[in-house]
Design a protein. Structure first.
Length: 110
């Protein structure tokens, strides 16, 4: 039996820039205790130089409590840098979680 975790357990993040110059982080996998720091670091790297950063969560299939905390903390940190972090194309399972926890009333969600 292999001890290598499945790819779904990890978070991969690709950067893309739209025609309008707004950077998008295309996230795939899970935002959890192990990957929350990666999400925060990617947003932090962009938030100081951009007024808006988009996080595409269409391929994020799971978020645990650490991931929720990280998303909220990252959002607040970006705001403190003068940047609006907007969550876009949210996977329906993750959107349900954000709705249940009422985080959609706090976060910028499209």
């Amino acid at each position: 039996m292999s001890t290598t975790p499945s790819s779904q357990r990890w978070l991969t993040i690709e950067r893309s820039v739209g025609a309008d110059g707004i950077p998008t982080l295309i996230c795939k996998g899970r935002i959890n205790l192990e990957s929350a720091g990666s999400f925060r670091a990617e947003v932090k790297a962009l938030s100081a130089e951009h007024k808006t950063v988009l996080a595409d969560l269409s391929a994020v299939d799971a978020v645990d409590s650490s991931g929720l905390g990280s998303i909220l903390g990252t959002y607040v940190s970006a705001k403190n840098d003068g940047c609006n972090l907007i969550l876009v194309n949210i996977n329906p399972r993750v959107k349900d979680l954000l709705n249940i926890t009422k985080l959609t009333t706090v976060l910028s969600v499209q």
